[in-house]
Design a protein around this ligand. Structure first.
Ligand code: TA6
Length: 298
């Protein structure tokens, strides 16, 4: 398998396929601008680091790399629903594609960096979660910025409705010395305690657990990672909702795949199709969810 991938999709000195944690296959990219690792389990970006900068993406040191389980940290791909399934609580949280092995469709060295496209093929195992023919591609471009595009094409004869997300975990030096701008004046559903609707005032500061769905927003978010003296900018298209999450101490202590104090160095800023931000696709229609992540020094 590795030999086949390296022959078909490897790019000399830039992209190679290796076996890593849990025996999973990883695409390893190291070009003139940045390095990145992407696990084929979930088409899951586990690291991205422009040269000369701190890691942009946070990965839990206790993440399980195991079949049927999502990697903790990185950029989990949630599809075709975000969070709890709308009608069946027995279905997996955040859809089923982050727990499955994807294949590589193509790779090339492009203008914006190294491009690699993954595909998840429907199979007997996916039918129990999504009973339609489907076509879902993830295109990742690793360069001075990281670009992620999730392209859904309705290849069935029926009208389908999809949600999803890039459940991105960002690496910050100290969550209490981090703020987030871009959501001032936006209404959110606060999922901590009984759900309630609140309007955001100013930037977000982090002093306790946060689990919020910001509604009707296509705004760019900027993480002010003051401890690393940098900003992480997340621009998006095809998304009208943004989820912000940090579990904080008590929830973190109850999670088997996070170290007890690891919440201190992470923040999820998620490019989502959540709540009512769903896409209804007629046969042959496509939906493109995309995010561009760029860092800059303060
Ligand atoms: O995106 C926020 C959230 O939905 C939280 O409610 C929290 O549960 C988190 O995702 C992690 O979910 P997971 O299924 O990966 O454990």
């Amino acid at each position: 398998m590795l030999d086949r991938y390296n022959e078909a999709f490897g790019i000399h000195g830039v992209l190679k396929f290796t076996e890593g944690e849990g025996g999973f296959t990883f695409a390893e990219i190291n070009n003139g601008q940045a390095q990145a690792r992407i696990c084929l389990h979930g088409a899951h970006i586990v690291s991205y680091q422009p040269h000369g900068t701190e890691p942009v993406i946070w990965l839990s040191k206790k993440s399980l790399f195991a079949k049927g389980t999502a990697i903790r940290g990185g950029i989990p791909i949630c599809w075709p629903w975000f969070g709890v399934h709308p009608s069946d609580t027995a279905m997996p949280n955040h859809g089923f594609v982050r727990n499955r092995n994807w294949s590589v469709l193509s790779s090339q060295q492009g203008e914006g960096g190294t491009e690699i496209t993954f595909i998840l093929e429907p199979s007997g195992a996916t039918n129990k979660f999504w009973d339609f023919p489907f076509q879902v591609h993830l295109k990742v471009t690793v360069g001075a910025s990281l670009k992620i595009e999730l392209i859904t094409k309705n290849v069935s004869d029926e009208i389908i409705t999809v949600g999803g997300a890039f459940h991105s975990y960002f690496n910050v030096k100290d969550i209490e010395n981090t703020t987030l701008s871009g959501l001032d004046g936006t209404t959110y559903i606060d999922e901590v305690g009984p759900p309630s609707e609140v309007v955001q005032k100013g930037d977000l500061c982090f002093k306790k657990n946060v689990d919020r769905v910001y509604l009707k927003t296509s705004s760019t978010c900027v993480i002010n990672d003051l401890g690393h003296n940098r900003q992480i900018c997340i621009q998006k298209t095809g998304s009208q909702s943004t989820v912000i999450w940090n579990p904080w101490d008590k929830i973190c202590q109850g999670m088997k795949d996070m170290a007890p104090d690891s919440f201190k160095t992470m923040l999820c800023v998620e490019t989502t199709n959540a709540c009512d931000d769903l896409y209804t696709l007629a046969p042959n229609e496509t939906h493109n969810l995309s995010a561009v992540i760029t860092t800059s020094k303060n």
